[in-house]
Ligand binder design. Structure first.
Ligand SMILES: Nc1ncnc2c1ncn2[C@@H]1O[C@H](COP(=O)(O)OP(=O)(O)OP(=O)(O)O)[C@@H](O)[C@H]1O
Ligand SMILES: [Mg+2]
Length: 359
C-alpha cells in the first residue's frame, strides 16, 4: 500500500514537472528563435544548456518531492497499519492495547474512536462474564439446598414437618423472585433499542399512588412517612417509573431501622430530583459506588437469609438511565438517601425526543 501510493505520486510529480519543464523550454526557445537574438550556434548551445538544467532541476524536484512525500505518507499509513493489525486481533477474539493518538486530524480521531470501541467491547464482555458467574453462583446455593432436602425426603432419610416444608417453600420463593428480577433487568436492558412510552405526569400524584401500595407494610413496621415535593410535571414511562419507586420504597422499608421514611422532590434546572431517605445499617464508604451493581449486597449472608437478590437497585439504575436521568446515594453514617433525576416537561428533552416516544 505504502509503496503503491509513493509510486503513484512519483509518477504524478514526474508528469507535472516534465510538462512544466517542456513548456518553459519550448517557450524560451520560441522567444530566442522568433526574435533572432543570437546566431544558430549559440541558439543550439542555448537549447542544450536549457535542456540540461531543466533535466537536472526536474530530477532534483522529483527526489525532494519523493522524500517529503515519503514522510507524509508514513504519518498517515503507519497509524492505519496499526489499526488494521488491531482490527485483525479483534476478529480473532482478542482485545488489543490502546493505540497512541499521534495527531488531531481524522486519523487521530479514528484511532481515538477505535480505542474507545475496544474499551467498551471489553467492558461489556467482562460484565457479561461477571453476570453469568454471579447468576450461577446465586442459583447454585438454593438449588443445592432444595435438591439435598428433596432427595432426603424422597428416600425416607428425612421426615418432613411444617418447618422444613416452610423452609423449602421460602427457598423456592427466593428462586422465583431472583428469576423474575433477572427477567425484569433483561427486559429493561433489551428495551434500550426500543423507544419508551413517555407521558406527561404529575409527579406528586404519581408518588402518592406508589406510596399507597406500601401502606400496609409501613403500618406493620410503624414507620412515619414525610413527603415534601414541589409540584411539577415530568416526562416518564409510567410502568418503568413505578418499578423504580417500588424498588426504592421496598428497600427503604425493608432495610429501615429508624421507623422514618422521607420522600423529597425538587426541581434543579431542567431536572427533577426525587430522594428517598431512611435510617438503616451503615453502608461502608468503599461499598457505596458499587451499590447499583447487579447482585451487590452490603451484607450478603444477612440478605440471602432475608431473600434479597441484589438486583433491585440495578433495575432502578437501568430504568432511570433510559429516562435520561442519573441515580446516586448520599450516605451519612446510617442515614441513606437514594436519589434519581428525571426530565421536566419544559426541558429540551421534549424537543429532542421523537414525537413517537410521547403518548
Ligand atoms: N434503603 C436502604 N437502606 C439501607 N441499605 C440499603 C437500602 N437500599 C439498599 N440497601 C443495601 O443495598 C443492597 C442492594 O440493594 P438491592 O435493592 O439492589 O438488592 P436487594 O434489596 O438485596 O435485593 P432485591 O433484588 O430483592 O431488591 C441491599 O442488599 C442493602 O444491603
Ligand atoms: Mg432491594
Amino acid at each position: 500500500m505504502q509503496w503503491k501510493l509513493i509510486l503513484i505520486n512519483v509518477l504524478v510529480i514526474s508528469v507535472v514537472i516534465w510538462l512544466a519543464g517542456v513548456s518553459v523550454k519550448d517557450f524560451a526557445c520560441l522567444l530566442v528563435g522568433q526574435y533572432h537574438l543570437v546566431g544558430e550556434d549559440k541558439s543550439r548551445f542555448f537549447d542544450s544548456t536549457m535542456q540540461f538544467y531543466l533535466l537536472r532541476a526536474s530530477l532534483l524536484a522529483i527526489v525532494v518531492a519523493s522524500v517529503i512525500h515519503y514522510f507524509f505518507i508514513n504519518r498517515i499509513l503507519v497509524p492505519l497499519q496499526k489499526l488494521v493489525e488491531s482490527t485483525r486481533l479483534m476478529t480473532e477474539g482478542n482485545y488489543p492495547k490502546p493505540l497512541p493518538v499521534l495527531s488531531p486530524d481524522e486519523i487521530g480521531r479514528l484511532t481515538r474512536d477505535f480505542n474507545h470501541l475496544v474499551f467498551t467491547l471489553k467492558k461489556t464482555e467482562e460484565s457479561r462474564k461477571q453476570m453469568l458467574s454471579d447468576i450461577s453462583h446465586e442459583l447454585r446455593t438454593p438449588l443445592t439446598n432444595l435438591k439435598g432436602y428433596l432427595e432426603a425426603l424422597s428416600s425416607g432419610i428425612l421426615q418432613g414437618d411444617q418447618t422444613l416444608y416452610h423452609m423449602l417453600y421460602q427457598e423456592s420463593i427466593h428462586l422465583t423472585e431472583l428469576v423474575e428480577e433477572l427477567h425484569q433487568l433483561t427486559i429493561w436492558e433489551a428495551r434500550k433499542m426500543k423507544p419508551l412510552s413517555f407521558e406527561k405526569v404529575d409527579v406528586q400524584e404519581f408518588m402518592e399512588n406508589c406510596l399507597q401500595n406500601f401502606k400496609l407494610e409501613l403500618q406493620n413496621k410503624e414507620m412515619k412517612v414525610h413527603v415534601s415535593m414541589t409540584p411539577e410535571t415530568v416526562w416518564m414511562d409510567k410502568d418503568g417509573m413505578k418499578q423504580v419507586l417500588n424498588n426504592l420504597l421496598k428497600n427503604a422499608i425493608q432495610y429501615d431501622v429508624g421507623r422514618k421514611l422521607t420522600v423529597t422532590g425538587k426541581s434543579i434546572d431542567k431536572k427533577y430530583i426525587i430522594t428517598i431517605t431512611n435510617i438503616g445499617q451503615p453502608i461502608p464508604e468503599e461499598m457505596q459506588p458499587r451499590i447499583f451493581e447487579p447482585f451487590f449486597r452490603v451484607d450478603p449472608s444477612r440478605q440471602r437469609h432475608t431473600g434479597g437478590s441484589g438486583l433491585g437497585l440495578a433495575i432502578v439504575k437501568e430504568i432511570v438511565e433510559q429516562h435520561g436521568g442519573n441515580v446516586g446515594l448520599h450516605s451519612n453514617k446510617n442515614e441513606h438517601s437514594f436519589w434519581f433525576s428525571i426530565q421536566k416537561v419544559e426541558s429540551a428533552f421534549d424537543c429532542h425526543e421523537a414525537e413517537s416516544r410521547c403518548v
